[in-house]
Write a protein that binds this ligand. Structure first.
Ligand code: CUA
Length: 189
């Protein structure tokens, strides 16, 4: 029968053993400091912004009116001149499927899911977030470069997941229909 030793009965580590234990402890502390440093560096340098606000919404009645009703979807220009983009993520499309934004203007993206958990990222930017039913996902950014970017769903949401993606079209501010966008949401079409 195997005998288990309690701490008092265990043979002493010996000097070499104690050195090894100290070395191990120090390396682990150093590793933790390095990993914490990486988090702080990426947050500051790459503008990492974890979702911090918990804003809830009834996902089952998005289409019945309120913030995510049809007329509000797409890009609206707020009284302060910034853009607010509202998008509904649903199996298996984003509505609108092509988001139109002016370059150089601060953009607040607000997304809500009508069904499952979705995710979205905008290629070539640090925009990347999840869209969870029952919550509004808010991301702030400013698009500087004119052009078209892909916005795929990056969270497996069912059989049609791989076909779920939208475009983001960034146009020169002179070509953006600011006046129309003050009254209702605009998109590419
Ligand atoms: Cu929506 Cu994957």
């Amino acid at each position: 029968m195997a005998e288990t030793l309690n701490a008092a009965q265990q043979p002493p580590l010996g000097q070499a053993g104690e050195r090894a234990a100290r070395l191990w402890t120090r390396s682990m502390i150093a590793l933790m400091v390095v990993l914490l440093g990486v988090i702080v560096f990426t947050s500051a340098h790459w503008g990492l912004h974890p979702p911090s606000r918990i804003e809830t919404i009834d996902s089952t009645s998005l289409h019945q009116g309120g913030e995510f009703s049809e007329a509000n979807l797409g890009t609206l220009i707020a009284p302060d001149g910034s853009a607010v983009v509202r998008v509904v993520a649903q199996q298996y499309a984003f509505v609108p499927s092509c988001v139109l934004v002016p370059a150089g203007v601060p953009v607040t993206m607000r997304l809500a899911s009508a069904d499952a958990v979705h995710g979205f990222l905008i290629q070539g930017t640090n925009v990347n977030a999840m869209v969870v039913p029952g919550y509004v996902t808010t991301v702030r950014t400013t698009f500087q470069e004119i052009g078209e970017r892909l916005m795929p769903c990056h969270e497996f949401c069912g059989v049609g997941h791989q076909a779920m993606w939208a475009h983001v079209r960034i146009v020169d501010a002179k070509q953006f229909p600011f006046e129309d966008a003050k009254a209702k949401g605009v998109s590419c079409g």
